[in-house]
Design a protein around this ligand. Structure first.
Ligand code: ZN
Length: 287
């Protein structure tokens, strides 16, 4: 297992962590001040400053991208399938322009929440089948662009509105169905916030192996959690044994960035330099 205690070379910042403190250019400048070498930007943050300007800023700062957030939201009614496909193809194009290592997929829940305006449905099995089909379709396009797709299983609390893929096993089953040859084109983004509770987690990480482990996201689970979306904790402030999960993915050969992704009303209210200083300190002592 890599020693993170003396530097933060393998820290990546998911830019949603400081999305309320400034735009993407401001965030990239802050990363440069703190010696952060990698980010994972969100599509809306890129769009807000313009793709070309974002590409220039990333190159100028010498940043790597540990991912691009996000593709997916595949579930919709029939009238919106074309919109879903085109939107995800644009995500691939943007990720390629930015030089991202993968696209993180949040697959969508029930159609009316993933693609508002869709006909209401309670059929989660149908939603899951739709996710399989849509990933298969996107995979062809992403392969051509040489952009791996990383399915992020989300905590079951998000099954209705964000993702009906809720366990690492479910995500890996999709990978095995759609990419049986383990080509590296399809894998998982494991976020400790979503998976720490799963009794099968360690066995599934071992099953994943190096070629399926495309991204690793960290934050913490606070007790009590006051808001299921926007009350994530800073690493060390909650109950997740982050280091044991990192040990497990690294035992499989994962050698990428440890990406900090904290959606938090608390941390969004603090100055960006304080947030980044704390991220670096916790990366060294807790992650
Ligand atoms: Zn994540």
């Amino acid at each position: 297992m890599r020693d993170f205690s003396s530097d933060h070379r393998w820290l990546s910042l998911n830019t949603a962590t400081v999305r309320k403190q400034g735009d993407l250019i401001h965030i990239i400048e802050a990363c440069a001040r703190h010696g952060i070498r990698a980010i994972d930007p969100w599509r809306d943050q890129v769009a807000a400053v313009g793709l070309e300007r974002a590409v220039r800023a990333v190159r100028h700062a010498g940043l790597e991208l540990s991912g691009y957030c996000r593709g997916g939201m595949f579930t919709s009614d029939a009238a919106r399938r074309g919109e879903v496909r085109d939107d995800n193809r644009r995500a691939v194009d943007e990720a390629a322009a930015l030089g991202a290592s993968c696209i993180v997929l949040v697959v969508g829940g029930l159609p009316q929440y993933s693609r508002p305006g869709s006909v209401t449905s309670k059929d989660i099995a149908a939603a899951r089948a739709q996710v399989d089909d849509a990933i298969a379709e996107m995979l062809d396009y992403a392969r051509a662009a040489k952009l791996p797709l990383a399915i992020e299983p989300l905590h079951p609390a998000y099954a209705a509105d964000r993702a009906c893929v809720n366990t690492t096993k479910q995500a890996l089953d999709i990978c095995d169905r759609l990419d049986p040859g383990h080509t590296g084109a399809l894998g998982v983004a494991l976020d400790v916030y979503h998976i720490w509770w799963d009794p099968e987690l360690m066995a599934q990480i071992a099953r994943a192996g190096r070629d399926r482990l495309l991204a690793f996201h960290v934050c913490d689970w606070l007790v009590p959690t006051k808001d299921i979306l926007n009350d994530r904790g800073m690493m060390g402030d909650g109950v997740i044994d982050i280091r044991s999960v990192r040990a497990a993915v690294e035992a499989q050969g994962f050698a990428g960035y440890s990406e900090i992704e904290i959606f938090s009303n608390d941390w969004w209210a603090r100055p960006i330099d304080e947030v980044l200083r704390t991220c670096i300190e916790r990366h060294r002592t807790v992650v």
